[in-house]
Design a protein around this ligand. Structure first.
Ligand SMILES: C[S@@+](CC[C@H](N)C(=O)[O-])C[C@H]1O[C@@H](n2cnc3c(N)ncnc32)[C@H](O)[C@@H]1O
Length: 255
């Protein structure tokens, strides 16, 4: 009981500490935030045309013209979303493998750097990447850096607030590494529910999540009121990221 009170106190002081700490519910010394300021990194995601299993080439030779290459400006100073988080990389990799999104309208929640949405844009979707105001500049520069201004748009969207009128109704909703701050749990569930109406066209929701703390299950208790979900298992990397406590879920709205 005493330990629980201690954990709650640390959470109140620093809600993001679990994101910087891979040890679930271990808090001897609060981890330091990564000192990443205004750097550019490159991430490569193989598409389905690259059969890695049959490749005998060294890693450096594996890149093919079909790979999706994202140049990403990263900067932790506007908030935790300014760097690429593991669940975002897993979701990006899954989308790249799965192939074309031509004709789809995708909306990403809590985009941070915009990584997942940028991959969706390269795959041909019309994309809206969204986050809170401090992240919009880094999202804007990443869209420009990857030459995707015609296909990937940026909008401020705070969970739990009404959807901006100019956002289209998406048929694909993406979210990665968005479960970490308990006061935001009902807000995120509310926005997901608003994006996926009970009636009307089907909306695919891909929700990638890394379990870091026991309190995360409170998010799923709330989510259960509005959605059911299944784990995506048609991903060859599934066994690898499962070991890192990452799950890729497909959510379905309760009707
Ligand atoms: C851990 S980061 C993940 C970023 C990115 N999806 C990734 O995987 O790299 C969580 C993101 O959720 C955003 N976020 C947190 N609370 C939010 C809220 N209430 N409304 C909108 N976005 C929020 C943060 O700004 C941050 O960009």
């Amino acid at each position: 009981m005493k330990r629980f009170a201690h954990v709650e106190k640390l959470d109140a002081l620093d809600p993001l500490r679990h994101l910087r700490n891979n040890d679930v519910d271990v808090d001897i010394v609060p981890a330091q935030p990564p000192s990443i300021i205004n750097q550019t990194t490159q991430l490569v995601f193989p598409t389905s045309r690259l059969d890695l299993k049959n490749s005998h080439h060294a890693e450096a030779d594996m890149r093919t013209p079909e790979d999706i290459v994202i140049n990403l400006s990263v900067d932790a100073s506007p908030g935790c979303g300014g760097i690429a988080w593991p669940a975002g990389e897993v979701l990006s990799r899954y989308l790249a493998r799965r192939g074309s999104l031509r004709g789809r309208v995708a909306l990403e929640l809590g985009s941070g750097t915009g990584l997942v949405g940028l991959v969706a844009g390269i795959l041909g979707a019309d994309v809206w990447i969204t986050d809170q105001a401090p992240l919009l500049p880094i999202m804007t520069s990443n869209v420009a850096l990857n030459g995707l201004s015609s296909r990937v748009r940026i909008a401020e969207l705070n969970w739990g607030t009404p959807l901006p009128a100019d956002l289209p109704a998406p048929d694909l909703v993406l979210a990665a590494d968005c479960v970490y701050f308990e006061p935001a749990f009902p807000l995120l569930v509310g926005t997901l529910a608003e994006l996926v109406p009970k009636e009307g066209k089907d909306v695919e929701v891909l929700f990638c999540y890394k379990k870091r703390r026991k309190a995360d299950k409170r998010f799923f208790t709330l989510l259960k009121k509005e959605f059911t979900w299944t784990e995506v298992t048609d991903d060859p990397d599934h066994a690898v990221y499962s070991r890192e406590a990452i799950s890729l879920l497909r959510l379905t709205r309760r009707r």
